[in-house]
Design a protein around this ligand. Structure first.
Ligand code: GAR
Length: 229
């Protein structure tokens, strides 16, 4: 077959997913990446907790996995030194944090600037840190959601790639709101990773750059969605 610009595909970006627990966002990324035209492949799943249920799932599904138990390292720099070696050896292009509950040092974050994504269960910059759904309910917001952002040295403060909104209902508890937001996370993270893997969204200085595709620009709808109620 003659190769036309349409048939020549850029090589898939090699992604490492870092988890600490359940790994449902990892599963959403793995599922999306099975599609032949998805622009990224999941090359490695790393857990800092040997007992993480997500790690067992990844093993069962034949993904390359690695445990890097942070407790076995003297300090954050040693842990991250080992992590960096593994990522380099595996020729990783992008790192996707998916419920990875360790803060990274500024040095490590800088190395992966514009190439490390995180998902957070709130509409940042609201409700950083933990217990985001409790925070949302206490604040009385009518809409909450999730955010995929590039990781920056300050926690939950990096440039925003994509967001999804969900309604907060009068009878919500932190658990029911978390479940609604989690469903949105599972849709949003694969979309956001795809945009970054295709270089449609990148980091330019300290803000997000949208690459123009054709005369229309990118489909911005891929980078956000809203409640259907
Ligand atoms: C997800 O809700 C994710 O957004 C959140 O932890 C959960 C992990 O679930 N991450 C953070 O709070 C990071 N600040 P999962 O392991 O099933 O993907």
């Amino acid at each position: 077959m003659t190769q036309t610009p349409e048939t020549i595909r850029a090589p898939k970006k090699r992604v490492a997913i870092l988890i600490s627990g359940r790994g449902s966002n990892m599963q959403a990324l793995v599922t999306a990446a099975r599609a032949p035209d998805y622009p990224a492949e999941i090359a490695l799943v790393i857990s800092n907790r040997p007992e993480a249920p997500g790690l067992a799932w990844a093993k069962e599904h034949g993904l390359p996995t690695l445990t890097l138990d942070h407790q076995l390292y003297e300090n954050r720099e040693h842990f991250e030194g080992q992590l960096q070696s593994v990522l380099e050896m595996s020729k990783i292009d992008l790192v996707a944090l998916a419920g990875f509950m360790r803060l990274m040092t500024p040095g490590f974050v800088e190395r992966w600037r514009g190439r490390m994504l995180n998902i957070h269960p709130s509409l940042l910059p609201l409700f950083k840190g933990l217990r985001t759904h409790e925070q949302a309910l206490a604040a009385g917001v009518r809409i909450s959601g999730c955010t995929v952002h590039f990781v920056s040295p300050e926690m939950d403060a990096g440039p925003i790639i994509a967001q999804a909104a969900v309604p907060v209902l009068p009878a919500d508890t932190p658990e029911t709101l978390a479940a609604r937001v989690l469903e949105a996370e599972h849709r949003l993270y694969p979309q956001a990773l795809s945009l970054v893997a295709q270089d449609q969204i990148s980091l330019n200085a300290d803000s997000i750059a949208f690459q123009r595709v054709g005369s229309e620009g990118i489909n911005h709808a891929d980078a956000l969605f809203s409640p259907s109620l």
